[in-house]
Write a protein that binds this ligand. Structure first.
Ligand code: MG
Length: 452
């Protein structure tokens, strides 16, 4: 190997040890299905958000990919491309349970740093494991542990690098079953071919700002100064990103839960406003149940509607801190009527592609903001809210309890689970499995979210 002169790029490589191991499970949902159904091991499998031929796959096993099937492929197309392919409706509570088993297994080898999503997490390498050969040996032990103690169907790509950002990029390099070590001295050349938008932290907005600054490839990004990055991002995030990319560890500030909500893609059966409204209400009921589960109160509700083939509509309402689902539903209905009116004015009979509801402005009882607002709220209002919140908490408990019993008896929630639950009459007849359990990989749903 050629010895390289010390340049601004590689100076201080020694101060950027291999500190993180990032693990990204490959086609995770499909892997869990293969794990639970051994007859599917090594076979083409897709996972769908619900049992419908009109939806697209949210995961495709690596065995399905040579047939041209990937995430997003429509079920009907997948059946043509690969006759006999296994089509499995998603079971999110199971994916959460297996996620916990996997984390527990990996934590036997190495301490957890941060969970990124249901199939991605960063772990910390100890000082004695920072030598590349030792780090690789640790990765092999983890992989063996997963295969032996959880199951061989759960395959993963592993990246090892000085920062979490670089370790994640390293894990992305080889799929499935990759193991990539990215040392400080391998930079920037090892990543020179990466498209900017493949880098976490560069979304469409940042990409556009980078382009305006003349930064359109990895080398130009690499050659920015920290101050320039800060100016382009318009915040300290740019500088933090620069450090992560260049292999310098920075401390992340703890984030506070700031909103609770759910999003749902609508199938053809639910695309008219009446049906979609019921879905939005169900999502809101779920969000409110989680709000109470966390012991939090909300002071604002937002609704956004995605239209087919394009466009959208959104609105929000502010209110005194509350945990009362009746109040939330009334506000949602108000916004929904506004939405319908706006569409009528345009002469549209809209087709809806998706709905999202969020409870924002969260606070816990005893927190300053909440207490201040209580001072201004009508005393009767506060009392009424507490009474109704109490009623809803009872409903939450009954539902959670029924669900636990149902599961102990070996029932699957896919077969009419929700029918056994306490629900509003206006919401009954809604056969939506795993309603509100977010399919996006952006966070790990908690098991309580599946109890309704
Ligand atoms: Mg993955």
């Amino acid at each position: 190997m050629l010895s390289r002169a010390i340049t601004p790029e590689n100076k201080g490589a020694a101060k950027r040890p291999l500190s993180y191991l990032f693990i990204d499970f490959n086609a995770y949902f499909a892997g869990v299905e293969q794990h639970d159904h051994p007859e599917l091991f090594g076979k083409p499998v897709i996972v769908t958000p619900l049992a419908s031929e009109h939806t697209g796959a949210i995961a495709a096993s690596y065995e399905a990919r040579p047939f041209g099937i990937k995430r997003g492929t429509k079920v009907a197309d997948a059946r043509i491309l690969c006759p006999g392919i296994a089509v499995m409706p998603a079971r999110h509570d199971r994916y959460v349970a297996v996620h916990k088993l996997l984390m527990k297994e990996i934590e036997r080898h190495i301490p957890l740093e941060k969970i990124y999503s249901i199939d991605e997490a960063a772990f910390r390498l100890s000082r004695s494991e920072q030598d590349p050969a030792r780090a690789v040996a640790t990765a092999h032990r983890i992989r063996q542990g997963i295969a032996q103690n959880v199951g061989p169907a759960l395959r993963a790509s592993i990246g090892i690098a000085p920062t979490r950002l670089l370790a994640k990029l390293a894990a992305e390099r080889v799929k499935p079953d990759g193991l990539t070590v990215l040392r400080a001295e391998d930079l920037p050349h090892a990543l020179a071919d990466i498209p900017l938008t493949d880098i976490p932290g560069i979304g469409a907005g940042v990409e556009a700002r980078l382009a305006r600054a003349g930064v359109n490839n990895f080398m130009k990004l690499w050659n920015l100064q920290p101050k320039e990055a800060r100016a382009i991002w318009g915040s300290v995030m740019g500088e933090r990103f620069w450090h992560g990319l260049h292999g310098y560890e920075t401390v992340e500030e703890p984030t506070k839960k700031s909103m609770i909500g759910h999003s749902r893609v609508l199938t053809r059966e639910h695309e008219n406003p009446d049906k979609a409204r019921i879905v939005a209400r169900a999502l809101l009921l779920k969000a409110a149940s989680r709000l109470r589960h966390y012991g939090m109160h909300s002071s604002s509700l937002s609704l956004s509607v995605r239209l087919r083939p394009e466009g959208g509509w959104q609105a929000a309402r502010r209110f005194t801190y509350s945990q009362d689902s009746f109040q939330f539903l009334a506000l949602l209905d108000e916004m929904w009527a506004e939405f319908c009116k706006s569409q009528r004015r345009k002469g549209h009979s809209p087709r809806l592609g998706g709905v999202t509801v969020y409870l924002h402005g969260l606070a816990k009882q005893g927190e300053t903001a909440l207490e201040q607002l209580d001072l201004f709220a009508e005393p009767q209002g506060v009392e009424k809210d507490a009474r109704r919140a109490g009623l809803w908490k009872v409903i939450d408990t009954i539902n959670a309890d029924l669900d636990a019993k149902f599961q102990r008896l070996g029932g699957s929630r896919e077969e009419g689970g929700p029918k056994r639950h306490v629900a509003l009459a206006s919401q009954s007849g809604l056969a939506l499995n795993y309603l509100g359990a977010k399919i996006a990989f952006s966070r790990v749903p908690e098991e309580a979210e599946f109890l309704y």
